[in-house]
Design a protein around this ligand. Sequence first.
Ligand code: UDP
Length: 239
Amino acid sequence: MPDGQPRYKRILLKLSGEAGVGGDGFGIDPKTIQAVCEDIAQVVHAGVQVCLVVGGGNIFRGAALAESGMERASADYVGMLATVMNALALQASLEKIGVYTRVQSAIPMDSVCEPYIRRRALRHLEKGRVVIFAAGLGAPYFTTDTPAALRATEMGCDALLKGTSVDGVYTADPKKDSTAQRYETLSYQDVLAKDLRVMDASAVSLMRDNHIPIVVFSIRERGNLLRVVKGEGVFTTIA
Ligand code: UDP
């Protein structure tokens, strides 16, 4: 493949609620969304088909609500609805800059967005629309990592890109340990055996079983998404 060309035809981009929408505080930060959407637009204009899964941690995480006393399954439904809010915010911001999108929710809410229908999602991608998958799996006791892995598999993605606030996977938390070193590559087995907590184990094993690489990179640096899609810049590949 010639230099400067995208390595992938179709990707699934997984963003945490904080990295994708929330910035550093609670709720939705318009500047964060705008910057992330401009990066996504660059990749779409480069001809890459983009699936998007966004978390809800900038609003509510089920596990945290459960710790404060709410019944776990109900708390997780609150978390899933938070991902729908983030999906709608990303959709509005992407469409403002001319990127066509569809939101599909695993919990049907017809007056807000489409329900998740695999074949319809595939058709949207073929037409160059960004498909934003919301409400996770529609089932409690998961985070959005596993739905990201499942949708990447169902959509036949060439890679799952995990955009975080750190530029890859490190031997220790680089924010706390200055001697921490970044891995260039890891195997799925390394991630599972060393309990590196890059993604939930169920998501990593789904990617392993379906031979889809996971690329961990920083979404905080502008223009980085396109660089990573071209195989340039700094990231960790799990394959
Ligand atoms: N969630 C769920 N099932 C799913 C996906 C998400 O119950 O299939 C809930 C869960 O409570 C989770 C919350 O939605 O904590 C928000 O997602 P996540 O924690 O992945 O957000 P992120 O950390 O990526 O911002």
